[in-house]
Design a protein around this ligand. Structure first.
Ligand code: PEP
Length: 254
């Protein structure tokens, strides 16, 4: 597939997989995807498996991501994990503002922007998630929601920092529901996100930033979604928990 930007496909394992299960999964992914160079491949295990998975992907084409991090660098923040701690395991990417954290941990755009700045200061690449709820879409508020989340969650980033950042468009109604956005809906939303980035930064930055789609991506819909000109990859939840499913998504996207 001929793309303007290199595709990036990441698996978000969420709160799944013991260390042994994680190692099993990553072994399968390594076997299936060893020769793929056309796509940046990222796995995001739970914190407890980062250390072992980090060793398992050493010297391979698979990169490591975390699912969240603190906006603080150290100190009295019980239960939190700092960017510097993730770096100890060669983590390169960190998912921030996933809709589950926005919804259940009440994360705000302001907090997500602080986390993004802390990640960038530690040379981690943030994957900042935005996306509308079903009620927003039905009420014609998709663009308003996306504009507000982008302006809030990326507040304070310089143009250089924005180029290191990835945006994930994840319509909340498509996450874990089996009901993906149509390729046309994804293309439209991504084009809108890129327009907003051009307004917030500039056209060059907007053209360079990778915007990826998340929401019920599976082997059967990956090719059509990834072939949209503004779609630069995928954030995959459910289908990333099984080596064949995740690997077929990557292979079908090339
Ligand atoms: C996600 O949670 O980021 C996600 C896209 O999940 P799923 O692929 O299961 O819809």
């Amino acid at each position: 597939m001929n793309k303007a930007r290199k595709l990036i496909i990441a698996g978000n394992w969420k709160m799944n997989k013991t260390v042994a299960e994680a190692l099993d999964l990553v072994k399968g992914i390594k076997r299936e995807l060893a020769n793929i160079k056309e796509v940046d491949i990222v796995v995001c295990p739970p914190f407890t498996a980062l250390s072992d998975v980090s060793k398992a992907v050493l010297n391979t084409n698979i990169r490591l991501g975390a699912q969240d991090m603190s906006e603080h660098n150290f100190g009295p923040h019980t239960g939190e994990i700092a960017a510097g701690m993730l770096k100890e395991f060669s983590v390169r990417y960190v998912i921030l503002g996933h809709s589950e954290r926005r919804q259940y941990q009440k994360e705000t755009d302001d907090l997500i922007a602080k986390k993004a700045l802390a990640a960038l200061a530690a040379s981690l690449k943030p994957i900042v998630c935005v996306g509308e709820m079903l009620a927003d879409r039905e009420a014609g508020r998709t663009e308003l929601v996306l504009r507000t989340q982008l302006r809030g969650s990326l507040a304070g980033l310089s143009a250089e920092q924005m180029e290191e950042t990835i945006v994930a468009y994840e319509p909340v109604w498509a996450i874990g529901t089996g009901k993906n956005a149509t390729p046309q809906q994804a293309q439209e939303a991504h084009a809108f996100v890129r327009e907003q980035l051009a307004a917030m930064f500039d056209g060059t930055v907007a053209r360079r930033v990778r915007i990826r789609y998340g929401g019920s991506v599976k082997p059967s819909n990956a090719r059509e979604l990834m072939s949209q000109p503004e779609v630069d990859g995928a954030l995959v939840g459910g289908a990333s928990l099984e080596d064949r499913g995740f690997s077929d998504i990557v292979k079908n996207s090339i």
